[in-house]
Design a protein around this ligand. Structure first.
Ligand SMILES: [Zn+2]
Length: 137
């Protein structure tokens, strides 16, 4: 299915909205009520059919960006139903912000990679804490 420039624009908007939604989880609720950007409502069509094993199957519908948006939103829906949606996160390293799936046992991961993002950030924070007493003297 070919996509046009205008399709890409719509899909970039959906991607930005999903990233904004995931990034808002990193706010620790401190400014949860202070959203400067109102969340957009994305609508896509899907059909439900019964397969040969009696399972209800959701299928995307539409053309262009609407079909791709339906695919994405169906994945979001299924992840929310399976309670895995809360494991999709944005890396807390401000220089990274990669979206990642948190595989930690208690869903406490904040870095997409401890090695490349967690350790350097923790080292920076440690060094910053070390500097505070000396600058105050
Ligand atoms: Zn990262």
């Amino acid at each position: 299915m070919p996509l046009s420039e205008s399709d890409l624009e719509e899909l970039r908007g959906l991607r930005a909205e999903l990233r904004r939604l995931l990034a808002s989880r990193n706010d620790d609720g401190a400014d949860a009520g202070d959203r400067t950007v109102a969340p957009a409502v994305h609508v896509a069509a899907a059909a439900v059919r019964m397969d040969r094993d009696g399972r209800a199957v959701l299928e995307p519908r539409g053309q262009g960006w609407r079909y791709v948006a339906a695919l994405v939103l169906l994945e979001v829906f299924q992840a929310q139903q399976a309670d895995t949606w809360r494991r999709l996160k944005i890396c807390r390293n401000a220089r990274c912000t990669t979206a990642f799936f948190d595989r930690s046992r208690n869903n406490s991961g904040v870095w997409h990679s401890t090695k490349t993002c967690g350790n350097p950030e923790n080292l920076r924070a440690h060094r910053a804490r070390q500097r505070v007493p000396t600058t105050g003297l």
